[in-house]
Design a protein around this ligand. Structure first.
Ligand SMILES: NC(=O)C1=CN([C@@H]2O[C@H](COP(=O)(O)OP(=O)(O)OC[C@H]3O[C@@H](n4cnc5c(N)ncnc54)[C@H](O)[C@@H]3O)[C@@H](O)[C@H]2O)C=CC1
Ligand SMILES: O=C(CO)COP(=O)(O)O
Length: 372
């Protein structure tokens, strides 16, 4: 890939160097799909999962029978359950275990991690209790490593099947990344992951990307709940649009950019997740909206639904920084405070009229005596 020269350095385009060796940590559906992309792009890729039996089954069958059954993986992809082996000689790491495991994962990786190598988060969430973005968790546990994120509208199965997919790779740009952008981790990782069907974009706004990924899952649960309760397209479009407003306000309050929220990792992922039963978040909401008890959802099978735990951390963080997120609050109340679903959504719709954008600062309460 040619990157235009940094301003004032002449006309010769400079070539970015892809990483030669990548470690992908997390053998679930997304870790496996990303490892398959990197391996098929020609990068030597090791994929770590904690279960030896799964790593062995993958090595033998060239498939991930648990998370992506029936999809052939590149023969060059190396699965392992040995963390030291996975990280040995890696030039960059993709971290793809569920968000609540991240701090423990970082601690487990620490003794084996080559010095200073970039770490890209591919999981979506905010740490419960601390309210830290996941990048802050990594900075806390693994100082000295550039920390970024890879995120976007990317169902794992579609990516692994080779459906054209785009995603954002974001790392904060340091001073020297602006002078020599071809050496910036975001540029190098984007190039490493580029294939005929996987198209990365480069960003310097890690906060916007992380907030997009964490919030969209909560909004998808809301969309599912209202769909399950029998409402249709108008309702879903309203939730997506107003959900994006919540995302934007939280991102800006934390120092992120509003343009990121309108990009792949914000609007793109929000639209995907809120429109498809392939989404586990949307599906959980739909089942709950249909009146199915939580422990019977997904046929009782344990399933990673990031928006469920992250409803707590998103709402907690929003309250701490003084951002109103009424849709996320409604999801939180239903999931975690036992609030009744129908009444909670009715109250959401009956809130005082506000400006669009909210910066217009208009609040209109109903006339006294008006029908509720
Ligand atoms: N599946 C998808 O389409 C996409 C998922 N993501 C994100 O990727 C992250 C991982 O999700 P998936 O791969 O879909 O999950 P998954 O449900 O396919 O697999 C989860 C994996 O994590 C492992 N795991 C669970 N607890 C662990 C622990 N304490 N330590 C190490 N490994 C542990 C499980 O053994 C399993 O292999 C989530 O944050 C999700 O939001 C992001 C984009 C797309
Ligand atoms: O993040 C995703 C797609 O970008 C996957 O969404 P779900 O976790 O809801 O399946």
């Amino acid at each position: 890939m040619d990157i235009p020269p940094a301003r004032g350095t002449g006309d010769t385009p400079r070539r970015a160097e892809p990483y030669a060796r990548l470690a992908v940590i997390g053998m679930g559906s997304w870790g496996t799909a990303l490892a398959a992309v990197a391996a098929s792009a020609g990068c030597e890729t090791r994929l770590w999962g904690r279960r030896e039996s799964l790593a062995k089954a993958m090595a033998e069958t060239r498939q991930n029978p648990e998370h992506l059954p029936g999809i052939d993986l590149p023969a060059t992809l190396h699965p392992t359950s040995d963390l030291a082996e996975a990280l040995d000689g890696a030039e960059a790491v993709l971290l793809v275990t569920p968000s609540h495991t991240l701090r423990d994962m970082a601690r487990a990786m620490k003794p084996h991690l080559p010095e200073g190598i970039p770490i890209a988060l591919c999981c979506k969430g905010i740490e419960r209790g601390t309210g830290f973005l996941l990048s802050h968790v990594i900075e806390d546990e693994l100082p000295g490593h550039p920390v970024g994120a890879l995120s976007g509208p990317t169902f794992a199965k579609e990516t692994a099947l080779g459906h054209p997919t785009a995603a954002t790779v974001a790392f904060p740009f340091r001073h020297h990344d602006r002078i020599a952008p071809e050496r910036a981790p975001a540029a190098r990782l984007a190039l490493t992951m580029q294939t005929q069907n996987f198209r990365p974009y480069v960003s310097d706004d890690i906060v916007g990307v992380e907030v997009g990924g964490a919030v969209k899952n909560v909004i998808a649960i809301a969309c599912g709940m209202m769909t399950g309760a029998g409402f249709a397209e108008n309702t879903r479009a309203a939730l997506i649009t107003r959900g994006m407003d919540e995302m934007k306000l939280l991102a800006e309050a934390l120092g992120g950019k509003r343009e990121t929220v309108t990009g792949l990792a914000g609007a793109g992922d929000l639209t995907l997740t809120c429109s498809s039963t392939t989404s586990r978040n949307m599906s959980l909401g739909t089942q709950l909206g249909q009146g199915i008890a939580r422990d019977e959802c997904f046929g009782g099978k344990p399933t990673v639904v990031e928006g469920e735990v992250n409803a707590i951390s998103v709402v907690d963080l929003a309250r701490r920084v003084g951002v109103e997120m009424p849709i996320c609050e409604a999801v939180h109340a239903i999931l975690h405070e036992g609030a009744p679903l129908a009444e909670t959504f009715r109250d959401l719709w009956a809130r005082p009229i506000e400006g669009e954008p909210r910066a217009l600062d208009i609040t209109l309460h109903p006339h006294e005596g008006d029908p509720a």
